[in-house]
Design a protein around this ligand. Structure first.
Ligand code: ZN
Length: 364
């Protein structure tokens, strides 16, 4: 085996309902002038709380900007051209995946200190070293990888608990997928330290959701910030971020995806998926088929029950995909890049059999 040389930067984070207390101790060593950039709803939900905590520090907020609409290179350039950005010592990114991905692409590239203030728990952008870039027409462009994540993520569970609950709902599906896809796509391989850590960590993308998912979702629907809600936020935002850093080596996401994501991407050809459904919602449905195709029937049963308990889809009807469309998907899925690195060739027969078993389960 050849010796490897690589550097790893893991996410730093704090979590809790009064965690903005840490803004001073964590950020003051990076300078004084802060520019806050975020989404409209995110700033409405979090700006006042952030500002009230900043007042107790030596920091000074010199501006508050909306990030834009999508995470595109054009959006990044527009922000980069702002005089207030040039003047700022650091940036606070506030929002969901797109706002945080935008400030990461802006600041990490410029080596300007950047901090994340996630306001929803739908994804792990606050803790990963990648931004998902879009084209100007809103379609997916590519992942843009960085050497490190943000300097620190301030995960305020009170703000997240009060956000609309469909984000955490979808986040649950995308998070447990990480465990199943990492373990299946790395099966029977002799993994080096880096990837092996990622696979080991991915276990924590599943277990807390099984234990706390249904109660956390019920609490979140009432806007309550409870221990169970916190455990699920940790799984979605932190664990998934750490796992995905370790599962992406040399910019190849071989272990970071799998059949559930292939099913999702095959279905994005139908506008109803982008228009009326969320990424993690459809991926969570795809996991059911991936487990059946893999012969993990006991595990399938557990995820099926979890999906039923929180209302994630268990049938094609729930994601508004017709039998004809599924027939087309089955032909596309075996050739998708998400299953290029898989322990066996995914076939149309395998998918057909998995769907038949899923329908059989629904009759019970
Ligand atoms: Zn995903």
């Amino acid at each position: 085996m050849k010796l490897e040389n690589y550097e790893v930067h893991l996410p730093n984070y704090s979590i809790g309902n009064t965690i903005y207390d840490k803004i001073g101790p964590v950020c003051e060593s990076y300078g004084k002038k802060v520019l806050v950039i975020g989404g409209e709803k995110a700033l409405a939900a979090a700006y006042d709380k952030i500002a009230s905590y900043v007042e107790k520090t030596n920091l000074e907020i010199i501006g508050k900007e909306l990030f834009g609409k999508d995470c595109t290179y054009a959006t990044v350039e527009k922000l980069r051209a702002l005089p207030v950005y040039q003047e700022a010592d650091m940036v606070f990114g506030v929002g969901g995946g797109k706002a945080l991905d935008t400030v990461k692409c802006l600041c990490i590239t410029d080596d300007k200190p950047v901090f994340a203030f996630p306001t929803i728990a739908s994804n792990c952008s606050a803790c990963t070293s990648v931004s998902i870039m879009y084209n100007d027409d809103g379609t997916f462009l590519k992942p843009h990888f960085f050497v490190r994540p943000v300097m620190h993520a301030f995960i305020d569970t009170e703000i997240i608990a009060k956000a609309p609950c469909q984000y955490m709902w979808a986040g649950i599906g995308d998070t447990y997928a990480k465990y199943y896809e990492a373990t299946i796509s790395s099966r029977d391989e002799r993994l080096e330290h880096f990837t092996a850590l990622g696979v080991a960590v991915s276990r924590m993308c599943r277990d807390p959701l099984m234990d706390y998912g249904p109660t956390a979702f019920a609490d979140h629907k009432k806007g309550l910030c409870t221990y169970d809600v916190e455990q699920v936020i940790l799984a979605i935002v932190v664990t998934t971020g750490i796992a995905s850093i370790f599962l992406t080596k040399d910019f190849t996401p071989d272990y970071n995806s799998g059949l559930a994501h292939a099913i999702f991407y095959a279905m994005t050809s139908y506008p109803v998926i982008e228009e009326r459904h969320l990424h993690g919602e459809v991926v969570g449905f795809g996991v059911l088929l991936a487990l059946l195709a893999d012969g993990q029937y006991d595990e399938f049963e557990k995820v099926y029950e979890l999906n039923r308990a929180v209302g994630l889809p268990v049938s094609l009807e729930e994601i508004e995909i017709t039998e004809e469309q599924w027939e087309e998907c089955m032909n596309r899925i075996p050739d998708m890049s998400d299953v290029a690195h898989y322990p066996y060739k995914v076939t149309v027969e395998m998918l057909r059999d998995a769907m038949a078993r899923l329908k059989e389960r629904a009759m019970k």
